[in-house]
Design a protein around this ligand. Structure first.
Ligand code: URA
Length: 205
């Protein structure tokens, strides 16, 4: 319990957040990415988006959602009438976790341990940005924000109270859309994702 209290140290400024991030996660080694990928965007955004963790390209660029999933996310935002530059975009876990296969670095899904270890950071960002609405993109973000596992299909698309305070909305992760092989189904799911983003835009307005 003491560890949990300490894990949620009150963060009062972006400088303090950066220091705390380096102190807690600066030294992580093994197959854990080359750098910490901080959230980016407007620090007074009405809308905040939370993904899972940086991917290979995000790790190289040091920026969230710049790879294939990020491009799909940008498309969906455009269709939903949301300007990404007006939002704050971050991840539940801030370091790429991967398995080395030859020259390729294959994404490993973050486990409960990583999600817990990084939860203080997402809560600190929510405290500093104070968005009207925080959108969880997929199950990892939903777990980080809600503190428990939820079924995306059952929770998606409607506003809910977050335990840390503030309103949240759960939807799918854009990489889910990239993995749907059937074109018709993929289009349909993209449409539903855009609808959830439109709901988010209206809730944050
Ligand atoms: N997937 C995520 O969840 N976040 C990123 O930044 C990139 C891909």
């Amino acid at each position: 319990r003491e560890a949990a209290d300490m894990a949620m140290t009150k963060i009062g400024s972006w400088e303090q957040l950066a220091e705390e991030a380096q102190r807690r996660h600066g030294e992580e080694q093994g197959n854990a990415g080359t750098q910490l990928v901080f959230g980016e965007g407007r620090r007074d955004a009405d809308l905040m988006f939370v993904g899972e963790q940086p991917g290979d390209q995000e790790d190289r660029a040091g920026r969230p959602f710049v790879g294939p999933a990020g491009q799909l996310f940008d498309q969906a935002l455009g269709r939903a009438g949301i300007d990404r530059a007006e939002t704050y975009v971050t991840n539940a876990v801030k370091r790429f976790k991967f398995e080395q296969r030859g020259k390729r670095r294959i994404h490993s899904k973050p486990g409960a341990q990583e999600i817990e270890a990084y939860r203080w950071w997402i809560e600190a960002e929510r405290g500093l940005v104070a968005p009207d609405l925080t959108v969880a993109l997929g199950a990892t973000a939903a777990r980080a924000l809600l503190g428990k596992t939820v079924t995306i299909s059952k929770t998606r698309g409607t506003a809910l109270e977050l335990p840390g305070g503030g309103r949240g909305l759960v939807t799918v992760h854009p990489s889910y859309l990239l993995r749907i092989p059937d074109k018709g189904k993929a289009d349909e799911e993209m449409h539903r994702f855009v609808e959830d983003l439109e709901t988010a835009r209206k809730l944050a307005a």
